[in-house]
Design a protein around this ligand. Structure first.
Ligand code: GLV
Ligand code: MN
Ligand code: MN
Length: 400
């Protein structure tokens, strides 16, 4: 199957018929359908498939005559989505990986090293809260005990849901055997801003980013009978925290977003007892992010105190700036005969794997720059240019 057929097969999976984008949360039916699609694509090509102990999928092509024990070149991305996401974030890298290998095979290229296609689990952290959970577990950058205890919106633990999906929750965690078989990782991804004006670019770095949970606990009560002076309404310090986030980000040249909030109990005619809000903070340097989050936390704490509300702030994840491997980046740019090099404000498994392996990223132009939203888009010609570029890079790295 060519790129377009594979793309068309995935397109309807998990798409909101009313135009609200994709919802492919880890191990929910649409994401399982994407995994089944991945396994089929691997099977028809005769690849060796392994699902690691952490729910990540890898399909290996062992070209005839290749040294099966040589460190392989891994490419791929992820199949899960944010709520209301676009079609390209993740799947473009996986579909392009299969399509690029197809090009090499059609052209009779016989790499001397294995080439793998990976689909990492829970990259968006949309179900269990920690982004890049599969690659964090694989590389040992999250404690498996903490991962087991993560819960989804229904309060189900990662351990329980993983077990239901055939994993042994006690066996999750770093896997040196798999890591030892990967020489380098090259992830192709749709560009998520407007910085790329050519069809294909190469990543330089991933900016620092993290997630923080703010829990405001007040007192639930009647909306019509509770006097203003008697209220302990957690919605008010929450509202101040949202404004504080914008102001602190502007002050420190960073970005701060509150995109998820859970109000308990959520009645129109009841003062809430609890508001949980999640802050996404990013910036050009660690210090800008740290100062932004510190200022927001302080403003929220003062506001909570003024309203008789308690506040708890917890860091759920933080990834420092990741400079992708310079030698690998130079080699990729050279193989492409030159390409624009740009940083990204989005998180990626390549950034997590970079702690253990040389990693590189290719970006495909996004004409509007919209991402994590239904209108995320890349033109077909640019996607095909991405496939060509990935094939060129894989051939160079795997020794064709
Ligand atoms: C993932 O795409 C992220 O940047 O949060
Ligand atoms: Mn994303
Ligand atoms: Mn992504």
């Amino acid at each position: 199957m060519g790129f377009e057929e594979m793309w068309a097969a995935l397109l309807p999976v998990g798409r909101d018929p009313a135009g609200g984008g994709y919802r492919r949360f880890t191990w929910t039916p649409p994401e399982l359908e994407c995994r089944a699609w991945f396994l089929d694509e691997a099977r028809v090509r005769g690849f060796d498939v392994e699902r690691d102990r952490n729910g990540n999928l890898v399909a290996w092509w062992y070209p005839d005559g290749a040294d099966r024990s040589a460190e392989g070149v891994l490419t791929g991305s992820h199949l899960d989505s944010v709520p209301g996401g676009g079609a390209y974030d993740g799947p473009l890298g996986v579909v392009s990986a299969f399509a690029a290998i197809d090009l090499l095979r059609e052209r009779g290229v016989r790499p001397s090293r294995p080439i793998g296609v990976g689909a990492f689990a829970e990259e968006e952290g949309a179900r269990f809260g920690v982004a890049c959970l599969g690659s964090r577990l694989l590389t040992g950058t999250i404690d498996p005990g903490r991962a087991r205890r993560l819960t989804d919106a229904d309060g189900r633990t990662f351990a329980d849901v993983a077990a239901e999906n055939g994993l042994d929750p006690d066996a999750i965690g770093p896997d040196e055997e798999i890591l030892g078989r990967i020489g380098c990782y090259v992830e192709l991804h749709v560009e998520q801003g407007r910085a790329l004006t050519e069809p294909v670019g190469v990543a330089s770095s991933i900016v620092p980013h993290g997630r923080w949970r703010f829990d405001f606990a007040g007192e639930g009560n009647h909306a019509g009978t509770t006097r203003i002076t008697d209220r302990h309404d957690p919605m008010l310090p929450f509202a101040i925290m949202v404004i504080a986030a914008r102001q602190a980000a502007e002050r420190h040249g960073a970005l701060a977003t509150v995109g998820k909030v859970r109000v308990t109990p959520g009645g129109v005619n009841a003062i809430p007892s609890h508001v949980a809000a999640w802050l996404d903070g990013r910036g050009p340097v660690d210090d800008a992010v740290r100062r932004t989050v510190a200022d927001i936390s302080e403003d929220a704490r003062v506001a909570a105190g003024a309203h008789g509300v308690t506040l708890d702030v917890a860091e759920e994840s933080y990834t420092e700036v990741v400079g992708l491997d310079l030698d690998l980046r130079d080699r990729v740019v050279k193989a492409l005969g030159g390409a624009p090099v740009l940083p990204t404000g989005a998180g990626h498994d390549a950034g997590i794997l970079a702690s253990r392996l040389p990693t590189a990223m290719l970006f495909v132009r996004n004409p509007t720059g919209v991402s994590h939203a239904p209108s995320e888009h890349a033109e077909l010609d640019d996607c095909l240019a991405g496939v060509e570029a990935l094939a060129t890079v894989l051939k160079d790295l795997a020794g064709g």
